[in-house]
Design a protein around this ligand. Structure first.
Ligand SMILES: Cc1cc2nc3c(=O)[nH]c(=O)nc-3n(C[C@H](O)[C@H](O)[C@H](O)COP(=O)(O)OP(=O)(O)OC[C@H]3O[C@@H](n4cnc5c(N)ncnc54)[C@H](O)[C@@H]3O)c2cc1C
Length: 383
């Protein structure tokens, strides 16, 4: 339930109807399978094509390329509904990868990959992080050397969401130039089905988001046509990533607010039912004060994120504001959820209580897509 008794200012008749479809689909097809997905460490493979059939994959990609033809408002609806339902299974990466292709791909590349991503035939992953290069993206070692009309790729990536299922990997590689040069990196798109030299490593065991498939990837003399380079030439990878990371950071901020709202909502219901010293917990002033703080924080966050969404749709969201949204709203999400666990007492630490799951699932929001410290570096550099 939304804390503010109104719809977001970016709502249209179309997004209202789309939200209904998304909510019902997620409850029916995703939430009911979540426990099994947790056990397997990833969703069922057919979950992607099912989501594609109802238009939940690439809702903000033009119809010409198989997408829903909507705006970021449509994407925000999907992100919010997944976050409220507590489904963290890597579906959001699909849009992130698609937007790299949409922004930098040639017409031929867009027609080759986007419609198949929209239908769920292709599952996307984004490969930037390496064992020795996380925050320091420019330290990437995975290299692509040119041989005729092919690139030969060697190296490895880690922490890759959708790693084991992905058959389309957008990969950050070193194509040349001095190590520290901002022009040393490029983005290659790999179609990895039966691709020689491609290997999925072990599944990584995370403390939360257990249904989200997270893997290592290895590349050994892997050959890819030069036509799979994103952009008009080599050396643009760092700029492309810096630009597109705003989309990913805004998406994370949207999910952070939705999860925080959900946590306040379910905790409010819990403290009205649970009794201590002969009366409901809500009758204790500390409970009301803590929830008042959480509700206020969530509402401030809602107004900020709605404004960012509107700015993004208008093409005006700058990378510094996107960094502020990612940093502040994920910090806020973790603070609120931690407080909500406290208000649940011991039950808040039990896996069968949704708040416990939210607690472990939320923590990584401050780490990935650029840690919150890196967000502060970005904001700081604008001062
Ligand atoms: C569940 C999960 C899913 C992920 N999915 C993907 C994915 O799909 N694709 C992908 O490419 N990556 C993915 N990542 C990787 C993620 O983006 C990185 O973990 C993140 O960027 C941090 O890099 P690192 O882990 O190497 O930490 P490090 O860079 O080693 O940082 C360690 C600590 O040092 C701090 N630090 C580093 N540099 C600075 C600085 N300059 N100033 C201040 N503090 C600093 C960091 O903030 C952090 O607190 C995922 C990670 C997780 C955990």
């Amino acid at each position: 339930m939304r804390l503010i008794n109104r719809e977001p200012p970016w709502t249209t008749d179309e997004t209202r109807a789309f939200r209904k479809v998304a909510r019902e689909f997620i409850a029916r097809e995703f939430v009911s399978h979540q426990a099994r997905w947790d056990e397997h460490g990833r969703p069922d493979p057919e979950a992607w094509s099912k989501a594609g059939r109802v238009g939940l994959l690439l809702p903000d990609v033009p119809e010409d390329y198989g997408g829903g033809g909507g705006t970021f408002a449509h994407e925000a609806v999907v992100i919010e509904e997944l976050a409220r339902a507590g489904v963290h299974s890597g579906f959001g990466i699909q849009s992130i990868v698609a937007h790299y292709i949409l922004a930098y791909g040639s017409e031929e590349q867009k027609r080759r990959w986007l419609p198949r991503m929209a239908s769920g035939e292709l599952i996307g992953a984004i490969g930037m992080t390496e064992p020795d290069a996380g925050s320091d993206v420019q330290a990437i070692k995975t290299a692509a050397r040119r041989e005729g009309d092919q690139y030969v790729v060697n190296g490895s990536k880690t922490f890759i969401t959708n790693g084991s299922y992905a058959n389309l990997v957008c990969l950050a590689v070193r194509t040349g130039g001095a190590a520290a040069s901002p022009r040393a990196l490029s983005l290659l798109v790999l179609e990895v089905n039966d691709l020689a030299g491609y290997r999925v490593g072990r599944a990584l065991h995370k403390v939360g988001r257990r249904a989200q498939d997270t893997c290592e990837l290895f590349f050994d003399e892997l050959r890819v046509p030069i036509g799979n380079l994103l952009g008009p030439g080599e050396g643009r990878g760092l700029f492309q990533m810096m630009d597109q990371l705003s989309y990913e950071r805004l998406s994370i901020a949207v999910s952070a607010v939705a999860a925080a709202e959900s946590a306040v909502d379910l905790t409010t219901r819990y403290v009205k039912e649970r009794k201590a010293f002969g009366k409901p917990l809500i009758d204790l002033q500390n409970t009301r004060f803590k929830l008042a703080e959480c509700k206020t924080d969530a509402q401030v966050g809602r107004i900020f994120v709605d404004n960012c969404i509107q700015q993004f749709i208008a093409g005006r969201l700058d990378s510094v504001t996107a960094a502020m949204a990612k940093y502040w709203l994920t910090d806020c999400q973790c603070r609120i959820i931690d407080e909500c666990v406290q208000l649940h007492g011991g039950y808040g630490y039990m896996q069968e209580y949704p708040i416990a799951r939210m607690w472990v699932d939320s923590r990584v929001q401050k780490i990935y897509a650029g840690s919150n410290e890196i967000m502060k570096e970005i904001i700081g550099s604008s001062l």
